[in-house]
Design a protein around this ligand. Sequence first.
Ligand code: BGC
Length: 725
Amino acid sequence: MQDDDGDGQRIPAVEALIARMTLEEKVGQMSQRAYFAHDREEALEAVRAGRVGSFLNVPDPATRNELQRLAVEQSRLGIPLVFGRDVIHGYRTIFPIVLGQAASFDPELVEAAAAVAASEAAAVGIDWTFAPMIDVSRDPRWGRIAESPGEDPHLTAVMGAAMVRGFQGSDPAAPDRIAACAKHYVGYGAAEAGKDYNTTYIPDGLLHETYLPPYRACVEAGVLSVMTAFNDLNGVPATGNEPLVRGVLKGEWGFRGVVVSDWASMTEMINHGYCADLRAVAQTALRAGVDLEMATHAYRDCLPALAEDGTADTARVDDAVRRVLELKHRLGLFARPYTTDYAPQEPTSRALKVAKELALRSLVLLTNDDGALPLSADVESIAVVGPLADDPNEQLGCWAFDGIRDRTVTVVQALRERVGDRTTIQYVPGLTSPLDTSRAGFVEAVAAATAADVTIVVLGETADLSGECHSRAFLDFPGAQVELLERLAATGRPIVLVVFAGRPLVLGRVLEHANAVVYAWHPGTMGGPAIVDVLFGDESPSGRLPVTFPRAVGQIPIYHAFKNTGRPPTTGFRGIPAGTPLDPEGFETSYLDLEVSPEFPFGFGMSYATIKYSELVLEPSHAPVGHPIQVHVTVENTGTRVVDEVVQVYLRDLVGSVTRPVRELKAFRRVRVEPGQRRRIQIELDATAFEFVGLDLKRVTEPGRFHVFVGGDSTADLCAELELV
Ligand code: BGC
C-alpha cells in the first residue's frame, strides 16, 4: 500500500501555521461541528478556544459571520472556519433530482446547474457542499437512488465530474464557487435489500470496476473533499477502511483534499461492532485516513491523549490538519473569511433558464400510443387530475430544504399560462395526496375527464418517499392513485400520465391506462413549464433512463451490465403452465412467473421523431491494444420534428480472463437532428474503454474480439465487430 506522506506541493503559510499549533488546536481543526441553537454557548466557547475547524448547517449568514469573527479575531491563531451544507440539486433554485439530471445525458448542462447552485449558496456564506453523491445505485428500493446518477459507472463518473467542475469552477476561491465533496466513499449504494445504511458486500473486482471509478473521475476533476460512507463494506465500516481511504484514495490516486466522515459515521463504528469505544473510533478513523469528523466528537475527546501516549501517529494528525488548512486556503478563507452582501437572493433569470432546460432534458417519454403526444395547439379543453399537478413542494424532490417554494411553477400553473383563454383548463385533484386512499374525489375527476378533450394526470411519489432513510419495499404508486387512473381511463377519453418520483416505480398496469407516459422524476422549480413544453411539442422529449426499470420488485437488482451466465435466456417467458413439469424447458436463467427483461431498459426514452441508426463503422476495426477506436454511425431523423437524440455506445468484450458483462456503456453524445436529416456521427472510444479489472485488481486490456453496439438505448442491435491484437 502506498502512503500519502510525500511532500506534494505544500503551502508555506499552512506549514508555518502547523508549526505553531498545539495538539489541541490541531485536533480542533479535525472537528466539524453541527450547529444547533440549543448548544450555541458551548459552540461559541469551542470556537474561541480553537476546538472547532468547521461547521455544518449554520442557519444564516449573520450567525456564520459571528462564528467566523470569533475564530478569526478571538482564537489564538485566528484560523478561519469553513462552513458546509448539503447543496444537492440546487440551493434556492431547485433543479431536478440528481437521478433526473443524469437522465439528461447532458454533462454541460449539469455542470451549469451546479454552478448556479454554487453561486446561490456562496452568496449566503456556504463554502462547501456535500455533493456530488456518486454512489452507483442498482436498487430502486433504496431511497437515495434519487440523489445519485443511477446504475452506470460511466454515466455516474461523467456526471460526478461535471458537478465538481460546476461547484468549484477553475478557482474555488472565486466569490461564486464552493468546494465539492464526492460521497459516500464507498459502496453505500449497494445496501443489501435496498435498506438505507445497510451492510454491503461487494467483491473486490466489482468494487474496483463499478463503484470506485466515479470517485477516481471526481478526484481527477479536482474535487476538494471526499466523504466516507456509513456502510459496513465486506466486514469493515467504510469510515474505518484503511486500504480504501489511505491506500487507494490518498495513496494510489494521490488525492490531496480533505476526507470527511459522514454524520456520526465515526462513532457508529461502535454499533457496527468494529470499535469498542470512542478511543478506538478515533484511532481507527485516523489510521484509515479520515481528516475531519462530522458531527461527533471522538477526535476531540480522545485524540489528544492518544497522540500524547504514542498510540496515535502524530504525523497523521499533521497530515489531516494540513489537508483541512489547505482546503481553507484554496477557498480563500484566510484572505476573505466573512461573507458580505448577503441579501436573500431571488433566482436570477439565468438560474430559472438553466432549471427549465435541465428539467426539459430530464423528461423521459416512456410510451406514446398512436401519437397521443404532442397535444394539438388547438385543443379546446383539458382536464388536469392528480394531487401532484399543483403542489409547489412535492415536485422539488428530496433535498430541497433551502429551495424557494414560491418560485415553483407547477404543471397547472404552467398550463394556464401557456394556453391563456384559448383552452379551458379544469383542475380536479381527485385525491388529497398520493397517499390518500379515499375515493371521495373520484366522481368529480371522472366528470372532468369525460368532458375534456384530453386529461393530463399527474401521479407518483411525494418528495419524502425518497432520499435518505426513505427506502421502500414496494415500488408501486401509493394510495388509491392507480384506481383513480383506472377510473379515468374507463371514460375512454385520451389520458396522458406524468409521473413524479424519486426512483423507478413498477409501472405495470399503469401503462395500460394511459395513452402516453412522461417520467418527470422530481423536476424542481421549473418542472411545470418544462413538462408543458414537452406535452405541446415545443420541444421533443430527450431524457433517457439512467437506470433500468423493473417489472416487479422481485427482479431487483436488475441493470444493463449483467453477466451472460452459462445459461442465458433464449426461450422467453411462457407463464406457469398448469402441471408445470419438474424439468423446466431449457433450464435457463429465468423466472417461472415473470419474464426476465425489464419494463424499460437503461438508456431508453422516446422522442417525437423516429431515429434510424445505420452504417456503423469502426476505425480501425483491427488494432493493437491501446489504440483508440473511432465509432462512426449515421443517425437519420425519419420524422417531422427536430429532436435531440442521445447516441449511446455499448461494448461487449467477448472473452476475458474475468467474464465480462453483456454490455457496458462506454460513451454517449447528445445530437440535434433536423427532420429528414442524416447525420454522420463520430464518437471516440479511447484506450481505457477496453480495459477491465483483472483478478489481480489491476486494469488490463486483453487482445481479442469486441462487439460495439450503437443506438438509442442499451438494447441497441446495430453491432460491429472489432479485434484488438
Ligand atoms: C448524509 C450525508 C450528508 C450529511 C450532512 C448525512 O446523514 O448521509 O449525505 O451530507 O448527513 O448533512
